[in-house]
Design a protein around this ligand. Structure first.
Ligand SMILES: [Zn+2]
Ligand SMILES: [Zn+2]
Length: 383
């Protein structure tokens, strides 16, 4: 089958990585050089008991995909966990087409053949101290589909059933094609849902908040959509790309400025949401514009660190919080229900549907756009 494969050179270990060597890194931007992505022919996935085999229908191109394939001064731009070589792609929908040997009947009944599903990306163990205290997103033995295990920019993917969510209700309300497209956008929405409503700082969210959103990529736009649903009084946006600024305004932002124009925004913000990995900018803006008792919420990873002047926290009784992932607490289930009841607008974020061949070119050219791009490995739904 066809798959988008990511390789690199290991700067601290065996050098070139190919299919005979795998290398794992918790900080890929330090350990990997010259990332390379190619469309390759690979064997069908192998399945463990209680794994579902999915025929991938749509898989989103995420900022992480661009960062994993971006050569930043010779190094991989993505700072998180990877294990190379790997098939990338982690926000997807698919149809159940098979099961691992030994899969129990309960799983087969819950996920019958041809059922449309989406899947969480974080593969938590359920046994380590973090998992057993309910922090699945911080599992000590975490694997990630599309990062350390083969992902869904491919014709097929193997996924543990415990990560899968049925899209049958979405399908019955909106038809198969829309359900499968929305299904591939549950993951980015779930990341933003968790950041706004479910982290340890959940009690800080309330209707009437004034919000500054830094970054209007897909995660930022999902956060905008959810913030408005959650009763935000206003959302102002800082974004480098003018097409994304326009898009944010279309989706309901009160204003959209280039980051260097932030002093032109008026008033104080209860929340500053970092959906761009722009920690330094958020801290600078916070000194002047974070309201007393305010929250800086980091969603996006950053390849660089920023010095923190604790004065801003002390004088404003403020907090900096971060969240990772989307597992546990039925985050996927909540997002799927919001989609089914048309409370959020994933299809408004969708800009293009492209083939695997077009996706590899986009990644090589680092050609992003103003909304979400879905990849269709089977060629269905291409525009
Ligand atoms: Zn992503
Ligand atoms: Zn665990």
């Amino acid at each position: 089958m066809k798959a988008l494969r990511l390789q690199a050179t290991n700067s601290t270990g065996p050098g070139a990585i190919d299919s005979s060597v795998t290398v794992r890194s918790k900080n890929s931007s330090t350990d990997f050089e010259n990332p390379r992505v190619e469309l390759e022919d690979v064997p069908l996935p192998t399945l463990a008991p209680n794994d579902l085999l999915l025929k991938v229908q749509f898989c989103g191109l995420c900022g992480s995909d661009f960062h994993m394939t971006e050569n930043h001064k010779g190094r991989m731009a993505y700072p998180g966990l990877t294990q190379l070589p790997v098939t990338i792609g982690h926000e997807f929908s698919g149809l159940v087409v098979g099961y691992g040997n030994g899969t129990n009947e309960r799983v087969k009944k819950a996920f019958p053949l041809q059922l449309p599903v989406t899947s969480e990306e974080m593969v938590w163990c359920g046994e380590c101290p973090a998992c057993r205290s309910g922090h699945l997103n911080h599992c000590e033995q975490l694997e990630e589909l599309g990062f350390t295990r083969n992902g869904a920019h491919a014709e097929f993917i193997a996924v543990p059933a415990k990560l899968c969510w049925s899209l049958a209700d979405l399908e019955s309300r909106h038809g198969s094609s829309i359900a499968l497209k929305m299904g591939a956008m549950v993951e980015p929405y779930a990341v933003s849902y968790r950041a706004l409503f479910q982290g340890a700082h959940r009690s800080q969210w309330m209707p009437g908040l004034k919000i500054l959103l830094v970054g209007a990529g897909p995660i930022g736009l999902a956060a905008l959509d959810l913030a408005l649903l959650g009763g935000a009084l206003l959302v102002d946006v800082l974004e480098q790309r003018s097409d994304r600024k326009d898009f944010a305004l279309e989706l309901g932002a009160r204003s959209a400025l280039f980051p260097e124009q932030w002093r032109e925004a008026t008033g104080q913000y209860d929340w500053i949401i970092d959906a761009a990995g722009a920690t330094d900018l958020c801290l600078e803006v916070a000194k002047d514009r974070l309201a007393i008792g305010g929250t800086i919420c980091a969603i996006a990873r950053s390849a660089s660190s920023a010095p923190l002047d604790a004065e801003v926290l002390i004088t404003k009784n403020a907090r900096i919080v971060g969240t990772q992932g989307h597992s546990g607490e039925s985050t996927f289930g909540k997002v799927i229900e919001l989609m089914a009841h048309q409370k959020i607008r994933p299809l408004h974020l969708l800009r293009r549907i492209i083939s695997l061949e077009a996706a590899v070119l986009r990644l090589k050219n680092q050609e992003k756009c103003e909304g979400k791009i879905l990849v269709s490995p089977s060629g269905g739904g291409l525009e």
